[in-house]
Design a protein around this ligand. Structure first.
Ligand code: ADP
Ligand code: MG
Length: 676
C-alpha cells in the first residue's frame, strides 16, 4: 500500500518522505472555546453516537466528541466502514484536524484521531507529511508517519547516513551535514535548524540534477558525429529556386548555427525554440537538405499522426519540383506501403522520411541516418530521443524543436544538456492576434461575429477542453457544443467538421483534411489540434471553458490562427462563475502575445508539474526543491556542478566517490537513461 500510494519501499524512502509543514500540537483547545475562525485545532474528549448517515454516495460516518464544555461532530466521507470498526463508544480520544462549518455548525472532517493515553497525551510540534486518502482511511495517518519516522531516526546514527556532497562544497555554500539535515527536516528543534535542513536537501537535490545535466553535456561534446562539410545542390538549389519566401534574419541565423554545428565532426544536440508560427518547419527542411548534400538520410518525427501528416504534405509540396523522394511513416501505414518504406530506408533510396513514434520501432532501419529532427519535443518521453540515437553506429545529429517557450529555470533543467537556438522574430506581415475575453451569455454575439468572418471567406475553430478525469462529461459537452454550433451555422450554407480522440485515425484525418483543404468552414475540436496544425486561412479561434486550460496551452491554441495576412482573433469563453485567479490568468492572455511572458506567468502560477507536457518528462520530479522559488539555489548548484566537473570530469577523486555513487543510483531510479 505504501508502495503503490507513495512509492515508499525502504527505510531510506521513509526518511526521504519529507514533511511539507509542521503543526503546532502543543495546544489542546476545550471544545466549548473553539474559535470558529481557527484553521487546524486539537481537542480531546469522549466519543459518543457513532452513526452512519445518508444513502449511497452521500453516506458518511458521524461521531460526536464531547468534553465538559461542549460537543462537536467528526465526519468521515470515505472509509466509513473501516473507521466505524476501529472507533469505540465511550472511549477518550485525542483529535486533530481542520475545522469546517456546515450551516453555521462546526465539524471536523477526516480528523486524525487516536485513543488518549499517556503516550499520546502531548505531541508538541509535529511534522505534517503528504499522504493519501486511501492511506488515511486505513489508519496510516500523518501521526503514524511521524511516529514511524521518529522511531527510525532514533535508531539512525550519524555514521549510518553517508554524506554525498564533498566537504569543500558544504563549506563554501554553508550547508549542514546530511545526517542533521534529515533529522532536522523531520523534527526540527528550532526554526533555524528547519531552514538549514531544507536548504541543504534542496541544494542536494538540485545539485544532483545539475550534475547529471552537466555530465550529459560533457558526453555530448565528446561524442563524435558525422561531418557535414558540403553545402551542395539540394540546399542551394532549394534556396535559389524553390523557397517560397525570404527567410527572416532569425531563420538565417539558426541555419548558420546548425551548419556550423554539423561541420565540426561532433554530434549536434540542438534545441530550436521558436514561438508558434515563427517558421521552424522550413529551418528543419533546409537542415535535412544539408544532410542530403552530404550523402545522408534525414527524418522528422512529430508527436501525433495529424502533425506528421501536415509536415509530410508541406515538405512534399516544397520539394515537389526537386525530385527528392519523401514518404510518410505512421502507425496506420501498414502492409505493402510500409514494407516498401522500410526497404527503401534500409537500402538508402529514400532520403527523407516523415513520421510519428512509428519511426522508433525496431523494424525501422536506416542505411545512414545523418539528421533526426524532433518536432514538439514535450510530447516525447526523454528516453525516446535516445532511441533515435541508436539507429546508427554513429548517432545522427539531433535537432529538437519546441514551440512552447520555456522559462529559463525550466529550460536549464529540461534541456540543459542541449545547445539552444532561438527564432525570435515572426515572418513579416503578420498582424498581432486580438484576444478577447467573453462570457457565456455573449455567445450569440460571438457566433454572429464568427459567421461574419466565415462569410468573408475565412475559417474558424471552436475548441473544447478534454481532460482524462472528466472525459465522459467533456465528450458530452463537446457533442452539445457541436449541436449548438449547428444552430448558428446553418447546415445548408456552412460545412462543419469535427475531430476528437474517440474517432479512429482515418476518420479524424478525413475531417481534419476537410478543414485543411478549405472544404469545411468550422472545425469543432478538442485539443488534438493544439500543436502544429497550420491552416493560414483560419482567422478565429474560439476556446470554450477557457479557464480550464493552462496558459501555455491557450497560447498554443491561439497560435493556430494569425498565420496568414488577415487580422485574426482568439476568443476566450468562460462561464460566469470563474474564480478570481482564473480571471487573472485569462487577462494575461488578453494582455500579451509574448509566449515567453506567458510561460513565466504559467510557471509561477501553477508550478512546473503542471506546465504543458512536463509531467511526462520525468526529469522535473523534485521532492523538496521548487524550481520557481528556488531558482537562486538552482543557479548556485549549476555553477558548483560546472566547477566540480572542470577539476574532476570523470569523478575519480576519492572525495567524489560518494557523489558518484549517488548519481549512479539516481540515474537508475529516474527516467534519465541515455538522453540524446
Ligand atoms: P512553427 O514555427 O509554428 O512550426 P511554421 O513552420 O508552421 O511555424 O510556419 C508558420 C507559417 O509561416 C507557415 O505558413 C510558413 O509557410 C510561414 N513562414 C515561415 N517562414 C516564413 C518567412 N520567412 N516568411 C513568410 N512566411 C513564412
Ligand atoms: Mg510547427
Amino acid at each position: 500500500m505504501l508502495r503503490t500510494e507513495l512509492d515508499i519501499v525502504t527505510f531510506g524512502d521513509l526518511l526521504h518522505h519529507y514533511p511539507y509543514r509542521y503543526a503546532d500540537r502543543s495546544q489542546i483547545v476545550r471544545i466549548g472555546f473553539i474559535d470558529p475562525r481557527a484553521d487546524y485545532i486539537q481537542i480531546q474528549g469522549t466519543l459518543v453516537n457513532i452513526t452512519e448517515e445518508g444513502e449511497g454516495r452521500k453516506k458518511r460516518l458521524v461521531a460526536t466528541l464531547y468534553d465538559d464544555t461542549g460537543r462537536i461532530d467528526l465526519l468521515w466521507f470515505q472509509g466509513a466502514q473501516w473507521m466505524k470498526k476501529s472507533l469505540k463508544q465511550g472511549e477518550k480520544y485525542l483529535v486533530y484536524g481542520k475545522l469546517n462549518a456546515f450551516n453555521g455548525i462546526l465539524n471536523i472532517p477526516h480528523p486524525e484521531i487516536e485513543p488518549l493515553n499517556a503516550e499520546t497525551a502531548s505531541p508538541g510540534r509535529q511534522p505534517m507529511y503528504p499522504t493519501t486518502e486511501k492511506l488515511r482511511v486505513r489508519g496510516l495517518t500523518n501521526r503514524s508517519f511521524a511516529k514511524l519516522t521518529y522511531a527510525l531516526l532514533e535508531k539512525v546514527k550519524p555514521g549510518d547516513v553517508s554524506e554525498i556532497l564533498p566537504a569543500n562544497l558544504l563549506n563554501q555554500y554553508r550547508l549542514c551535514g546530511r545526517y542533521y539535515a534529515l533529522r532536522w527536516l523531520h523534527f526540527p528543534d528550532t526554526e533555524e535548524h528547519e531552514q538549514a535542513a531544507r536548504r541543504r536537501m534542496k541544494w542536494e537535490e538540485l545539485f544532483l540534477s545539475q550534475m547529471m545535466i552537466a555530465r550529459l553535456r560533457l558526453q555530448h561534446t565528446a561524442q563524435a558525429g558525422w561531418r557535414f562539410d558540403t553545402v551542395g545542390e539540394h540546399f542551394n538549389g532549394f534556396f535559389r529556386n524553390h523557397l517560397p519566401f525570404a527567410l527572416t534574419n532569425a531563420q538565417k541565423r539558426v541555419l548558420r548555427e546548425i551548419r556550423q554545428d554539423t561541420a565540426t565532426g561532433k554530434q549536434m544536440n540542438r534545441l530550436l525554440q521558436g514561438d508558434v508560427g515563427s517558421g521552424k518547419t522550413i529551418v528543419a527542411l533546409m537542415s535535412m537538405l544539408l544532410a542530403l548534400d552530404n550523402g545522408f538520410q534525414a527524418c522528422i518525427m512529430a508527436p501525433t499522426e495529424i502533425l506528421a501528416q501536415q509536415h509530410y504534405y508541406s515538405i512534399a509540396g516544397l520539394l515537389e519540383q526537386m525530385n527528392i523522394p519523401v514518404r510518410l511513416l505512421t502507425g496506420s501505414v501498414k502492409g505493402k506501403p510500409r514494407k516498401e518504406i522500410l526497404q527503401q530506408l534500409e537500402e538508402g533510396t529514400l532520403p527523407i522520411v516523415v513520421g510519428t513514434h512509428a519511426l522508433l520501432e525496431d523494424g525501422v532501419r536506416f542505411r545512414n541516418l545523418g539528421l533526426a529532427v524532433i518536432d514538439e519535443q514535450h510530447r516525447f518521453g526523454v528516453g525516446q530521443r535516445a532511441r533515435l540515437w541508436q539507429k546508427n553506429e554513429m548517432p545522427p545529429h539531433m535537432l529538437v524543436m519546441t514551440a512552447t517557450p520555456i522559462p529559463r529555470t525550466l529550460a536549464m533543467t529540461m534541456y540543459g544538456d542541449l545547445d539552444v537556438s532561438v527564432i525570435d522574430e515572426l515572418p513579416p506581415g503578420r498582424q498581432p492576434i486580438k484576444t478577447i475575453f467573453a462570457r457565456d451569455m455573449q455567445r450569440a454575439k460571438v457566433m454572429e461575429f464568427m459567421r461574419k468572418e466565415v462569410d468573408l471567406g475565412r475559417q474558424v475553430y471552436v475548441v473544447y477542453p478534454l481532460i482524462e478525469e472528466s472525459e465522459k462529461v467533456d465528450y458530452e459537452s463537446l457533442m452539445a457544443g457541436y449541436e449548438q454550433v449547428k444552430v448558428f451555422f446553418d447546415e445548408n450554407r456552412y460545412r462543419i467538421a469535427m475531430v476528437h480522440g474517440r474517432q479512429d485515425a482515418a476518420e479524424r484525418e478525413r475531417n481534419m483534411q476537410r478543414f485543411v483543404k478549405g472544404e469545411a468552414h468550422v472545425l469543432v475540436a478538442t485539443t488534438v489540434i493544439e500543436v502544429g496544425v497550420n491552416v493560414p486561412n483560419a482567422s478565429v479561434m474560439l476556446i470554450e471553458s477557457a479557464e480550464r486550460f493552462g496558459l501555455s496551452q491557450l497560447h498554443q491554441l491561439r497560435g493556430r490562427v494569425g498565420r496568414g495576412a488577415e487580422q485574426s482573433y482568439c476568443i476566450l469563453m468562460a462561464g460566469s462563475k470563474i474564480s478570481e485567479e482564473s480571471y487573472k490568468r485569462l487577462q494575461i492572455m488578453v494582455s500579451t502575445n509574448d509566449g515567453f511572458r506567458i510561460a513565466e506567468e504559467d510557471l509561477a502560477l501553477r508550478g512546473p508539474g503542471d506546465m504543458h507536457g512536463t509531467q511526462q518528462s520525468g526529469v522535473l520530479k523534485f521532492k523538496i526543491a521548487d524550481i520557481v522559488q528556488d531558482s537562486a539555489i538552482m543557479e548556485e548548484t549549476r555553477l558548483a556542478a560546472q566547477e566540480l566537473l572542470a577539476t574532476d570530469p570523470t569523478l575519480s577523486l576519492v572525495q567524489h566517490q560518494p557523489l558518484r555513487y549517488a548519481l549512479a543510483q539516481q540515474r537508475k531510479e529516474s527516467h534519465w537513461g541515455r538522453i540524446s
